[in-house]
Design a protein around this ligand. Sequence first.
Ligand SMILES: C[S@@+](CC[C@H](N)C(=O)[O-])C[C@H]1O[C@@H](n2cnc3c(N)ncnc32)[C@H](O)[C@@H]1O
Length: 257
Amino acid sequence: MTSGTLERSAAYWNKQAASEERWSVPVDAAAIARAREGDWSIILTPDKTVPRGWFPADLSDTRLLALAGSGGQQAPVLAAAGAQVTVFDLSEGQLSKDRQVADRDGLDLRIEQGDMADLSRFEDASFDLVVNPCSVCFVAEVEPVWREVSRVLRPGGRLMTGFINPLFFLFDHDTPGADRLQAQFPLPYDSNSPELRDRALALGVDEFSHSLDTLIGGQMRAGLHLIDMYEDNWPGADLAIDALTPLYIATLAQKPL
Ligand SMILES: C[S@@+](CC[C@H](N)C(=O)[O-])C[C@H]1O[C@@H](n2cnc3c(N)ncnc32)[C@H](O)[C@@H]1O
């Protein structure tokens, strides 16, 4: 990935965190107290909660990597539920939200800053579970991420990830006045392509649709076995397409024993 992409992504997410946007609002102390009592849920996509059956019955002793998963939401809840959580993210602003919740509520969180395509600081088979909320649209290539996840998972370990259906990127959801149901962009959408550079610079962040081949097939080629999936909508977002079809996907995959 170009360093420009990483720099823009970090700056964009630092700004999101500073303005407490949707993905950067930390959970409150009551949510942490409930999680400590076993009453918790998380999301990987905008709305539906992850089925509880995707997690081990007991999270204690689960070595969990919240990958590109900061913002003070999933990681502290999972730590309060008993997991040994490492939260890893590119954005210091986003990570500061997790630090804030950990300090406020006395949680033990390991906080690491970096690019999700490079998990080299973690040893092979060092996690039981990788939880990756919607984020791979910010990396130019997704298969290196799946390969790294597969490497750091122990045999029998699981990856749960949320991502955007590539069809979302056919449309212009951002330009005021655009016909938002008219297909505008060829796929795969790639912010690094010359015709999309100006748009990416205006949005302040690079985005990549990827293909279902790399998003789902790529997990299998990385050595993971698909176990389950679901689709989701984003109710409340100003997205014309959302009334017509779900465009978010979550998958659960396992590294064979
Ligand atoms: C939509 S947010 C996901 C976290 C959020 N708490 C949620 O519920 O979805 C996307 C996250 O991806 C992170 N991110 C973007 N590019 C990244 C990269 N190359 N490596 C690691 N994290 C990245 C952002 O900093 C941001 O925290």
